[in-house]
Design a protein around this ligand. Structure first.
Ligand SMILES: Nc1ncnc2c1ncn2[C@@H]1O[C@H](COP(=O)(O)OP(=O)(O)O)[C@@H](O)[C@H]1O
Ligand SMILES: [Mg+2]
Length: 140
């Protein structure tokens, strides 16, 4: 594991700076795990990246869906595994084929899937006082 980048966020605008940094280094088929407590700003980061990549709105998908896919010049997959309970549920999703189709994939609540992945990035968001600390790591 290598730490690539660290940044403090005190605002939504600061998070956008981090999003811009990520967009510069990420390539199609890259995978980014997002780790941080509820409310730390994981989903906000994915939305900002979708805006920067000019993806189109998702075709009718319920707001509670586990998998969101956004088309665009560089497509984005957003897996939100908050409501995923076990390996059996994970196996039913067919997530593996979604990783090699040219999209960048972001995964919230990734603990069930991490051991199945070999090469990926991880963004850790931690609260420190009122600030958020963003750390970008690369695995292995
Ligand atoms: N850096 C930030 N500064 C201020 N508010 C933020 C920041 N990041 C996220 N928020 C706000 O916090 C709330 C939760 O963010 P969200 O992205 O849904 O968190 P998560 O997906 O980690 O649970 C949202 O209302 C979001 O706008
Ligand atoms: Mg979220």
């Amino acid at each position: 594991m290598k730490i690539l980048h660290q940044q403090i966020s005190r605002s939504i605008e600061d998070t956008l700076k981090f999003a811009r940094y990520l967009v510069r280094i990420l390539k199609p088929n890259d995978i980014v795990l997002l780790e941080g407590d509820l409310g730390s700003g994981k989903t906000l980061l994915v939305k900002q990246i979708c805006n920067l990549l000019k993806t189109k709105d998702e075709a009718a998908s319920p707001s509670f869906a586990i998998i969101h896919q956004y088309n665009g010049p560089t497509p984005v997959n957003h897996f939100d595994f908050y409501r995923l309970h076990d390996e059996a549920e994970l196996d039913q999703l067919g997530w593996e084929e979604m990783l090699n189709m040219g999209a960048i994939t972001f995964i919230e609540w990734s603990q069930l899937i991490e051991k199945h992945l070999s090469e990926y990035y991880k963004v850790e968001i931690k609260f420190q006082g009122g600030d958020r600390i963003f750390v970008l790591k690369k695995y292995p």
